[in-house]
Structure formats: structure tokens, C-alpha cells
Design a protein around this ligand. Structure first.
Ligand code: FE2
Length: 422
């Protein structure tokens, strides 16, 4: 049944049946307590209008006319939304619908949970085709979004394993569209917002860095094919936002990165000077009791691919966090390694609680780091949930590592709390 035949936005409005269009995927992001951005790809439309409403049947809808970007991706900025409210959207002329929940008013004590994971499409997996995954992991996450248990999530990179090594925007666009053509990923996007930062395999080749020929194309296509939050830089994709009283900082650990094999000294960097100064400024000015840093590469690691081989810069950051008086507010999250693990700060550098949450659909790589929970490496498909419980005087972060088997049965591997007073 088409949704647009039933109601109009204003009294006295007589709907005119729009021509049918094909919408191949949607993706909601850039959410705040008052706005959101939806992207939709439609190859056969000369104009696309999005309808949105707080009702699942889109009754009383408002409209936004899209602006067309490259590759038939249309962008819709939804203004003047209410905080902590579920919205539904659809399109004039299409049956495709989606939903997302806005954030609560910044500064409000708020209980919520998000998913976080990386790494889907590593070759050899049962659900992997052409380095793109269609694993049941995405179904179980979608079910938690659909039930309202999760409000959204963060994909921490290796969204595919195409290893694009050239400055070819078409290759990146194809990768985005092929990920969205995987039905389980496409349907997940219809059920909630998703933030995304890349890692090496979806930025360039394995272990890619600032010198990767793919960098300009990766950076350009991120800006057209991801409903991204405000990017403070014209090149990198680092960004920040607040949900309730929790600050999120999402780092870009590829655009400015030295090679992993460079000598570990003060000129070796994972973040680059500009991003590092930005991140420290955000941490310095953060008033939130809890600051979650999506730090891209494993913080609690010794391997050459991790912060362990950037230990001079890692020590510099720990020193700065300490000087700023913010170290005890931090929580580090990353993927990259293909296992689930958590450390309460006993072993992780700087004593900062750290979660390693992967892989959505990739085989086990190697053990690395010492952890108070995990390493859990039993399954091809794993992900994490970060739940935040805010009493108004303290925030408890509960990190849960979950494995998924081929029957979509889930196993909770660990669930650990970290308490942040304030
Ligand atoms: Fe990976």
C-alpha cells in the first residue's frame, strides 16, 4: 500500500499522486536534539521530496525537497525537530520508509544505548560477496533498533574490504552503493541513525595512511554518501556531538597517519597536528561527565597496527588529558582487531577504560593487548552495545560484547560497567 495517498500536510490539501520513483537506499545521520539529515539514492527521479512525521503512517507529514548531489544521492536536512522524538519518513512516489530518534536536549540526564562495531566483508565469510557483507549480524542489530532498545550506532570502519588504492571516486561510490545493496545492511539503515568513520580497508589498502593515493577520493565521497555530522576540516572526517550528558568524539586515524612502520618518535603521528589540537580543545571544553572517544585504531595494543606503535603520541595524549583534568572522564572505543574485549583501565594505557568491539563479519586476526574481559574470538560475527544510564549525578557506561551465530542466535560474552561521577 502506498503511504502517500492517505493524508496531506495541511488542511484542505488535496494530494496529487506523484510519479513512482525508485529509492535504492536511505541513511539517517547528523542527528541532534533539533535536526537530522537523511540521504536517499534515487536514480530515476528529477526531484525527490521527503515526507516526515512523528506518526508511523506519516499522517500530518511535513516535507523537505532534496538537493541532488553526485551519483543520484539526494540530501534532506530536516530542521526544527523535537528532542527525544521518533520520526518516520518516506518519499512521494516510493514505498521506502525509514525512522530515527532525535537526541534529547543537550545537558539532559538521559538513558540510552547504541551499537558499535567494525569490520564487515573480510573475504572467506559465508555472507561475504565481493568484499561486502550481508551477515545476520545486521539483522540482530536492526531488531534492537526496531524495538527501541538502541537509538542508533557507530560503524567504526572496514565497512567493506575493497582496499581501493587509487584516487577513484567511482570506486568509492560503487563500494557505498554495493554495501547498501546488501539487504541486511540496507534494512538496518531504515531503522535508525548510523555514524561512521573509516578504517584502513575502506579508506585505502591494508594499513593505509596519509600517503594513500585513494585519500582525496575517500574524503570526497564520504562527504556526498554519508549523512555526516559537521566536519571541522575540509579533508579529514573527525567530528563530535553530545547525547544527553555524554560527549562523543570521533577521530580520523587514516587521513593524517604516518606509516605504521615509521620510527616511533615525536614526529610520528596517527592524528596529525590539526586534528590533535582540535580533539584536545574539545576535551578541554567538554562539560559532560563522560567523554567517549572513538579512537580508530586499538588504544590498548602493542601490535604495529595499533596505538602501540604510536606510543610517543599516545603518551603525549595521556599527558594532555591528565593536564586538562579530564583523563578520568574518558572511555576509549575501537574496532580494527577482529575480536571482542574490554579493559577497565587496569591494563589500558593511561588507565582509560577501553572497549574493542568487532567484527561484524570477519574472521579472527591475532591476539593483542591485555584485557580484563575477553579476548572473545569464537565467532565470525560480533558486535558491541554501549548503554548509558544517567542518574543526573553519575553516568554508568555498560559495555556488552555479543556474538552471533549463523542462526542469528546471540551470546552475551561479557557485560561490564564503568561509572563516571558528575
Ligand atoms: Fe578489519
Amino acid at each position: 500500500m502506498r503511504r502517500w495517498g492517505h493524508s496531506g500536510g495541511q488542511a484542505g490539501y488535496t494530494p496529487v499522486e506523484p510519479p513512482a520513483i525508485t529509492v535504492s537506499w536511505v541513511w539517517a545521520g547528523n542527528v541532534s536534539d533539533s535536526a537530522a539529515t537523511v540521504l536517499a539514492r534515487s536514480t530515476d527521479a528529477s526531484a525527490v521530496t521527503l515526507r516526515y512525521s512523528t506518526s508511523s503512517d506519516l499522517s500530518g507529514f511535513s516535507t523537505v525537497v532534496g538537493t541532488e548531489g553526485s551519483d543520484d544521492v539526494w540530501k534532506f536536512d530536516l530542521p526544527a525537530l523535537s528532542p527525544d522524538t521518533r520520526y518516520y519518513y518516506g518519499f512521494a512516489g516510493s514505498d521506502v520508509t525509514g525512522t530515527f530518534r532525535t537526541f534529547p536536549t543537550v545537558g539532559t540526564a538521559y538513558d540510552f544505548a547504541i551499537w558499535a562495531a567494525s569490520c564487515a566483508g573480510h573475504s572467506g565469510g559465508e555472507y561475504v560477496d565481493d568484499d561486502v557483507s550481508n551477515a545476520p549480524t545486521f539483522d540482530v542489530i536492526r531488531a534492537r533498533l526496531e524495538s527501541g532498545e538502541l537509538i542508533g550506532g557507530v560503524h567504526m570502519g572496514d565497512r567493506h574490504y575493497r582496499d581501493i588504492g587509487s584516487n577513484n571516486q567511482t570506486s568509492f561510490r560503487n563500494a557505498y552503493n554495493d554495501v547498501m545493496a546488501a539487504s541486511r545492511q540496507r534494512l538496518l539503515h531504515e531503522q535508525g541513525w548510523m555514524d561512521y568513520h573509516w578504517d584502513d580497508h575502506d579508506f585505502g589498502p591494508n594499513d593505509s595512511h596519509a600517503g594513500s593515493a585513494s585519500k582525496p577520493a575517500a574524503q570526497a565521497v564520504y562527504r556526498t554518501h554519508v549523512p555526516h555530522w559537521t566536519l571541522p576540516d575540509d579533508e579529514g572526517i573527525y567530528h563530535t556531538y553530545v547525547i544527553g550528558r555524554v560527549r562523543f568524539i570521533i577521530l580520523d586515524v587514516r587521513s593524517y597517519r604516518s606509516t605504521n612502520g615509521s620510527t616511533d618518535n615525536s614526529s610520528k603521528t596517527m592524528l596529525g597536528a590539526t586534528q590533535k589540537a582540535w580533539a584536545l580543545d574539545i576535551v578541554d571544553n567538554a562539560t559532560e561527565p563522560c567523554i567517549v572517544i572513538f579512537c580508530g585504531s586499538p588504544w590498548n595494543g602493542d601490535d604495529s597496527i595499533t596505538w602501540g606503535s604510536f606510543s610517543t603520541e599516545r603518551d603525549e595524549l595521556i599527558g594532555e588529558f591528565t593536564t586538562l583534568g579530564k583523563k578520568d572522564r574518558l572511555f576509549m572505543v575501537h574496532g580494527d582487531n577482529h575480536f571482542l574485549a574490554f579493559d577497565d583501565g587496569t591494563n589500558a594505557p593511561g588507565g582509560i577504560p577501553t572497549a574493542q568491539l568487532a567484527a561484524l563479519d570477519a574472521g579472527f586476526t591475532t591476539n593483542d593487548g591485555t584485557w580484563t574481559s575477553g579476548i572473545v574470538k569464537a565467532e565470525q560475527q560480533q558486535y558491541g552495545i554501549l548503554a548509558f544510564t544517567d542518574t543526573g549525578s553519575q553516568i554508568t557506561v555498560t559495555v556488552t560484547g555479543i556474538s552471533v551465530d549463523s542462526s542469528s542466535d546471540e551470546t552475551e560474552e561479557f557485560s561490564e560497567d564503568v561509572v563516571y561521577p558528575g
